[in-house]
Design a protein around this ligand. Structure first.
Ligand code: PAF
Length: 282
């Protein structure tokens, strides 16, 4: 595995790696890798000749009162996981390499898609995500890029961006990887206290129970959302940011369940903000 720390080296390494028409699979991450990332890497490894993973805690997607400084980082652990999963190129750029002094160019996906759900409580977040992913796509020029369904809104925004800006690549969406008790894997789970960690799986349980209710015939979004809110409210110090039942493509709210819907939640447990979602088709 080649470990690369700046974009000039990355371009040179990719030029060589791609020789003879080899395909490139790319997994962009913010590091502190877990089994969810490992699943993305395995898929990239299996579907492409060359697997590239970036680790960059992107400052432009964090709001002023968010956890940029505290975001967990462990490069050695990340490198060990990448080696174990057969990554070819590990890209660890510095902030100044991607945002040099005087940097002023941003990518914005307009419209409700970036204003609902997380966009409401994290203004500017998706502008930061779209900007860094655009830059990384230009640098890596992958054939396929891999993202987790756990970040469902990010996936929808990036799919729209790829379509609108004519990126010549395929976005591959991989299922959410869960702990045995159902909690969606996230680098932020490390912030939870032991007590909070025992209660956090109730978020996923509430979503799975809502899916059961739909299977038994419930179609009213308000009834399902109320049920999820009540279940999550039993977690000590939980503050619900949103419970959304929305069209899975446009993310606009639904009144009745029909077609493919996304049931998505964001909850703060203490100071830790967790998101989760399921897709349901009727
Ligand atoms: O999902 C993430 O880890 C980040 O939002 C991403 C896509 C790497 C952009 O910084």
């Amino acid at each position: 595995m080649q470990v690369i720390e700046n974009k000039v080296q990355l371009r040179a390494a990719l030029k060589q790696a791609r020789a003879g028409g080899k395909s490139v699979g790319f997994v962009p991450t913010m590091g502190y890798l877990h089994d969810g990332h490992a699943a993305l890497i395995d898929r990239a490894r299996n579907e492409n000749d060359v697997a590239v993973v970036s680790v960059f805690v992107n400052p432009t997607q964090f709001g002023p009162n968010e956890d940029l400084a505290a975001y967990p980082r462990d490069a050695e652990r990340d490198l060990a996981l990448m080696r174990a999963h057969g990554v070819d190129l590990a890209f660890f750029p510095g902030v100044e390499d991607l945002y040099p002094p005087g940097y002023t160019t941003y990518v914005t996906v307009e419209g409700p898609m970036t204003q609902t759900l997380c966009g409401r409580s994290r203004p500017g977040h998706f502008r930061g995500v779209a900007t860094i992913v655009t830059k990384l796509f230009h640098l890596v020029a992958p054939d396929r890029a891999y993202f987790g369904q756990k970040d469902c809104q990010q996936v929808a925004v990036l799919q729209r961006m790829v379509r609108d800006l004519d990126f010549d690549l395929q976005i591959v969406v991989c299922p959410t990887v869960r702990e045995v008790d159902g909690l969606a894997m996230s680098s932020r789970n490390v912030y939870l206290s032991a007590e909070q960690r025992t209660q956090a799986p109730r978020i996923a349980q509430a979503l799975f129970e809502a899916r059961e209710m739909i299977a038994k015939g419930e179609r009213r979004a308000t009834v399902l959302a109320e049920y999820i809110k009540k279940s999550i409210a039993t977690i000590d110090s939980a503050a619900i940011d949103y419970v959304s039942i929305a069209d899975s493509q446009t993310l606009s709210d639904c009144e009745m369940i029909s077609g493919e819907v996304l049931i998505a939640v964001a909850v703060k447990i203490g100071r830790t903000r967790l998101i989760d979602n399921i897709r349901v088709e009727v």
